[in-house]
Design a protein around this ligand. Structure first.
Ligand code: AMP
Length: 287
């Protein structure tokens, strides 16, 4: 595996490959877990050459967020990528992507307003900007994104369509721990006790989903209420709980019948101690 930090060298390498090969790309912030590794395995199925990036993007962190403390076990990550026979690891330094004169930002309007966007102003501009830069550098035919960050996935799909980028965005289902908790680099922050409690989060989501599947005709309020009541039995603190269409992500009013929403999805963020966890689940038949 080549480990490169120069955008120019990556560009030259992939442009040479592109004459012959399809390139599949997985952007990450590192601290790789099985969720990331499944995305990379998917990328390997899709393309002949696989590029993975590790970059903790300062542009997408708010001033009060965990940029400085974000876990960066680089050597462990390299070992995992070697085992998967990834072709290129692109691991730029901050100055490689954002020289002092850098002043361009990409904003995907609308989709960035709700759910996490509401609570993390500027976050999705940071995400869209870095993804566009990474796409320009790695020139992929395919880029794989996890449904764990469903809003991010929809924003990137929108940007690719709006800006006519010749890239297929491939969505990968959420990879979960045995007790249902969605894998996340931030799960490392949880103490053993918090980790145990955190399992109630996906369980409350699944129960709300099951409530909908059992009752069919029920309102947003009923399902959100079911989720909130279950969560109230624990020390987990809801940050937001919404039901929105997986298409436009607009949170629906309490009285709206869930069956009238196209591709209805439950979205939530909760706090356990200082750590914020997010999850989402389709309310359709499929998970
Ligand atoms: P991150 O390193 O957190 O920026 O994530 C990099 C990519 O991995 C994003 O597309 C995430 O949605 C995806 N990802 C992270 N955790 C999971 C998971 N548990 N299941 C599926 N995809 C994931």
């Amino acid at each position: 595996m080549m480990i490169l930090n120069s955008p120019q060298v990556v560009q030259q390498t992939v442009l040479r490959w592109k004459q012959q090969y399809k390139i599949a790309f997985v952007p990450t912030m590192g601290c790789l877990h099985e969720g990331h590794l499944q995305l990379i395995r998917k990328a390997k199925e899709l393309g002949h050459k696989t590029v993975v990036s590790i970059f903790v993007n300062p542009l997408q962190f708010g001033p009060a967020e965990d940029l400085k403390n974000y876990p960066r076990p680089f050597e462990e990550d390299v070992e995992k990528l070697e085992l998967l026979s990834v072709d290129v690891l692109f691991a730029p330094k901050e100055a490689d992507l954002y020289p002092e004169c850098f002043c361009t930002q990409v904003k995907v309007q609308g989709l960035d307003e709700y759910l996490c966007g509401h609570l993390r102003p500027g976050h999705f501009e940071g995400v869209a900007t870095v993804c566009l830069k990474l796409f320009q550098i790695t020139a992929p035919d395919y880029a794989v994104f996890g449904e764990k960050d469903f809003q991010q996935l929809r924003i990137i799909q929108r940007m690719v369509e709006d800006l006519n980028l010749p890239i297929s965005i491939v969505a990968h289902p959420i990879v979960r721990e045995q007790d249902g908790l969605a894998m996340s680099s931030r799960n490392r922050y949880l103490s053993p006790e918090e980790r145990q409690v955190a399992a109630h989060f996906p369980q409350a989501m699944s129960e709300a989903r099951q409530y909908f599947l059992n009752h069919g005709t029920c309102s947003v309020e009923e399902i959100v209420g079911c989720f909130r009541r279950r969560l109230a039995e624990t020390v987990l603190q809801p940050d937001y709980v919404e039901i929105a269409s997986g298409r436009d992500l607009v949170p629906q009013l309490p009285s709206v019948p869930v069956s009238s929403i196209m591709m209805p999805r439950l979205f939530a963020a909760v706090k356990v101690g200082k750590t914020r966890l997010i999850d989402n689940m389709s309310l359709g038949g499929e998970i």
